[in-house]
Design a protein around this ligand. Sequence first.
Ligand code: SF4
Ligand code: SF4
Length: 133
Amino acid sequence: MKTVDPAIEARLRSEICPRCSRYTAQGTCSLPASRPCAIFRNLPGIAEIVRRTRSKRIDPYMEGVRLNVCCACPHEDDHGSCPMRDHVDCALDAYLPIVVDYLESALAEEANRGIGDTSPGGSADDPADHPSR
Ligand code: SF4
Ligand code: SF4
């Protein structure tokens, strides 16, 4: 699985964390060390889902997360339930539309610079093809 450029990850943190209920007044994350953030723990896998999905709706991205991330997450039970999701305490679930929008733009820029994977099923330069959620 391709790694994600540290600069992309850093910019995503600066976008997402200040909006997150786990962000503290001191600018830190209140999650315990034993529970790393589902977004940044799974970023390469999430980027892979974004690269191979092209939709104006969030549902296909959410389905990709459920199938590829949640199913391997220690918080999801054998019935597909997750207490973190139920209590709106998973940043990945809560902020997925923002994460997808950001990654689509960042990965398209990376691909245009010739350093990324150019595999998504459409041109990211075409505004009509860019999902609006
Ligand atoms: S839970 Fe994730 S998104 Fe929220 S503040 Fe912590 S690191 Fe940032
Ligand atoms: S919604 Fe639950 S199972 Fe899915 S990544 Fe978040 S904590 Fe893990």
